[in-house]
Design a protein around this ligand. Structure first.
Ligand code: NDP
Ligand code: MG
Length: 385
């Protein structure tokens, strides 16, 4: 029985994780759940899964949750940084599903590693912001970080059973998002409602906007470099609108191994939890008779996020963290309708251009760079909307 802590249990990945747990009661058990403030949903999850601990961000939500649950449930309700720490550090936890959105996921993920827990990692922002620290801390403790992101799960699967040193190219597939065919001159008119409407994947708001700007792919370039210890030159982004080929690894002899499946995050989540085994599901296979699989080159001019990400991946040190934090602020400003869609690129580029790169010697340096980039981004947004 694998005992699981879910960080971000009320989000898109969190809900899919619980769907997996529900399907395999003999394999998985929930030990702790956590979210920011969706206490209605969390209360329902607590009633169903009866975890030892549930954590939320604010004390008032913890109090509210407690009174909602009454005295009948033994789940301990905690809050804040200490709460998340307690939720991931429980002796009974084997694996932490890291599915908080944004760099808010970094601290709890690091705490989970410090507590010697294996990580099923969805929160790509923590690897982008603090990749070397996260990977080194995990390595020191001999802990596995298994990818939940479908592309990285695909790369992981395509590398399994092969020699990594014989891999020559990573083909990172991208759906291209909802604006693949839109002319760049129309980008300024794109509304949040249009950008949230992803053609193939159903996801949380922030990653949906990242998918529309292709910054999601940008973050994934860095995530792949960090997770698999690869130089950015090895990564090629391939637009594949049907999202059936989840990514591919090309080897030195010209052979390419691809991983395919339906665009359903549950498959990657399950593999991150069942590895090295595969558990039987009724998810089924794509219907190839109904599918035309297409592959295109990405448009770097339209989607400047890709160039910014490659630049960050080359520079490394504090640059990816800066890019990520500026992007987060820009995405939320766009969702609040304070800036236009095309200004998301502008904000990120501006903050990156002004950033003085430095090396991280501790996690505090990461928080400092993150904070600096957010202030700069917010300043730029305030002056330009
Ligand atoms: P959602 O927005 O759907 O969910 C985010 C979750 O994080 C919610 O449970 C939310 O709680 C919680 N949360 C947000 N802020 C905080 C905070 N400050 N402290 C504690 N908890 C917080 O996001 P997704 O599930 O879409 O994405 C989660 C992560 O997985 C992201 O990093 C994303 O890039 C990655 N990912 C997602 C994929 C997808 O298909 N959705 C695919 C691959 C990767 P509350 O509900 O209370 O706000
Ligand atoms: Mg992905």
């Amino acid at each position: 029985m694998k005992k699981i802590a879910v960080l971000g249990s009320t989000g898109s990945i969190g809900l899919n994780t619980l769907d997996i747990v529900r399907r395999f009661p003999e394999k998985f058990e929930i030990t702790s759940l956590s979210c920011k403030s969706s206490i209605d949903v969390l209360a329902g999850q607590i009633m169903e899964f009866r975890p030892e601990i549930a954590s939320v961000l604010e004390k008032k939500d913890a109090m509210d949750l407690k009174s909602r649950l009454g005295g009948s449930i033994s789940t301990k309700i905690v809050f804040g940084d200490e709460g998340y720490k307690e939720a991931v550090s429980l002796k009974n936890v084997d694996v932490v599903v890291s599915a908080i959105v944004g760099s808010a996921g970094l601290k709890p993920t690091i705490e989970a590693i410090y507590a010697d827990k294996e990580i099923a990692l969805a929160n790509k922002e923590s690897l982008v912001a603090a990749g070397d620290i996260v990977i080194n801390e995990a390595k020191k403790r001999n802990l596995k970080i298994l990818p939940v992101d479908s592309e990285h799960s695909a790369i992981f699967q395509c590398l399994e059973g092969n020699r990594k040193k014989e891999a020559a190219k990573i083909f990172l597939t991208a759906s291209g998002g909802p604006f693949r065919k839109k002319d760049i001159s129309e980008f300024k008119n794109i509304t949040p409602e249009q950008a949230l409407n992803h053609p193939t994947w159903s996801m949380g708001a922030k990653i949906s906007i990242d998918s529309a700007t292709l910054m999601n792919k940008g973050l994934e370039i860095i995530e792949a470099c960090v997770l698999f210890d690869l130089p950015p030159e090895m990564i090629e982004v391939v637009v594949h609108p049907q999202s059936i080929v989840h990514s591919m690894v090309g080897y030195v002899d010209g052979s390419i191994i691809a991983q395919l499946g339906k665009p359903d995050m549950r498959e990657a989540i399950l593999y991150s939890l069942s590895w090295p085994e595969r558990y039987e599901t009724n998810f089924g296979f794509p219907d190839f008779s109904m599918l035309d699989l297409n592959f295109e080159k990405p448009d770097f001019e339209k989607f400047r996020s890709l160039s910014l990400a490659f630049e960050s991946a080359l520079v490394r040190k504090s640059m990816p963290c800066t890019m990520n934090a500026a992007n987060e602020e820009a995405v939320y400003a766009f969702l609040r309708k304070e800036i236009r869609f095309d200004q998301i690129f502008e904000v990120v580029e501006n903050v990156m251009n002004k950033h003085n790169v430095f090396s991280f010697s501790s996690i505090e340096d990461v928080f400092y760079a993150d904070h600096q980039a957010r202030s700069k981004a917010l300043e730029y947004i305030a002056n330009n909307h």
